[in-house]
Design a protein around this ligand. Structure first.
Ligand SMILES: Nc1ncnc2c1ncn2[C@@H]1O[C@H](COP(=O)(O)OP(=O)(O)OP(=O)(O)O)[C@@H](O)[C@H]1O
Ligand SMILES: [Mg+2]
Length: 285
């Protein structure tokens, strides 16, 4: 696969020459990155390589010392994080920031309302004990999301009662409710057991395969085997420099990547079986 074009419709998100200096430290040095439409991109590298810094630059939380960022062909380097969110960049956090008293369904209705009917939110906020009843259009969109995320069976459960893996899915659902073009995920698998990880990965596959959405994922993840199994394209950072950018098969064999990051042959063997899209089971409460 070729890298997508910069600053054009062929690339949903592009960055060129990103450099970030913290005092004397170069957290990122001249890094280029492209995310193709409806694809999964992986961003990997050892601790301190600059992965989270790169996500902060892309989402607009951090202004780079040098370099530029484009969202669907538009230069957003000087745009705020809020403006980029409105333009279609969503992100999830390592610790899901959820309202413990609300149910899964209520989280998704609220996120849908933020995007489609922000004025209704004022009524919700004035009386936080009762959300305005969902409209039929809201219910239809939320039902679709619940199904996509394998969350239908836990829709009525308060999130406080649910395990971390389900909360991560709710976070992804909230991001999707905003109809984003790209979701930035920082270590979505951390703290999950194998079953929850596999479920999340199969949901990711289904999300990008959905024809009625146009969304890509950019995933920072320490589980390299999962990234190799899932991604269409992988970027490898080491000490703030991009040392490789290629498809998983090439990354797997890249000697620079192996010595800088993967370490030895064994570390990429035993990749998890990523369930085929559509075969993910329902999540138990
Ligand atoms: N706000 C900051 N001020 C100073 N240095 C920082 C700041 N944020 C990050 N750094 C440094 O920049 C480098 C890159 O950090 P970053 O958090 O982006 O790495 P990472 O690849 O996400 O690492 P990890 O895998 O541990 O999450 C590190 O050396 C880190 O100590
Ligand atoms: Mg990090």
């Amino acid at each position: 696969m070729l890298e997508a074009g910069v600053g054009t419709e062929t690339s949903v998100l592009s960055a060129r020459g990103i450099t970030v200096r913290f005092g004397g430290l170069n957290a990122l040095s001249d890094v280029d990155l492209d995310v193709a439409p409806r694809s999964i991109a992986g961003l990997v590298g050892p601790n301190g390589a600059g992965k989270t810094t790169m996500l902060a630059v892309l989402s607009g939380l951090l202004r780079p010392t040098q370099g530029r960022v484009w969202l669907r062909g538009e230069d957003v380097t000087d745009a705020s994080a809020q403006a980029r969110a409105r333009g279609g960049i969503a992100r999830t956090f390592q610790q899901p920031e959820l309202f413990l008293g609300l149910t899964v369904r209520e989280h998704l209705v609220l996120a849908d309302r933020v995007h489609f009917a922000p004025r209704r939110l004022w009524s919700d906020m004035l009386d936080p004990r009762s959300l305005l009843p969902a409209s039929s259009a809201e219910n239809e969109r939320v039902d679709g999301l619940l199904e996509l995320l394998n969350l239908t069976r836990v829709a009525k459960a308060p999130v406080a009662a649910l395990p971390l893996g389900v909360c991560r899915l709710v976070e992804v659902g909230r991001a999707l409710a905003g109809q984003p073009h790209v979701i930035l995920l920082d270590e979505p698998l951390s703290g999950l057991d194998m079953k929850s990880s596999e479920n999340l990965l199969s949901v990711f596959q289904r999300v990008v395969a959905q024809t009625d959405r146009d969304v890509s994922l950019l995933m920072v993840e320490h589980d390299v085997a999962a990234v190799l199994a899932l991604s269409n394209w992988i970027f490898v950072l080491d000490f703030g420099e991009r040392i490789a950018a290629d498809c998983p098969d090439v990354i797997r064999r890249d000697p620079a990547v192996r010595s800088a990051y993967l370490g030895d042959e064994e570390s990429v063997e035993g990749e998890p079986e990523v369930p085929v899209a559509g075969e993910g089971g329902e999540v138990e409460p």
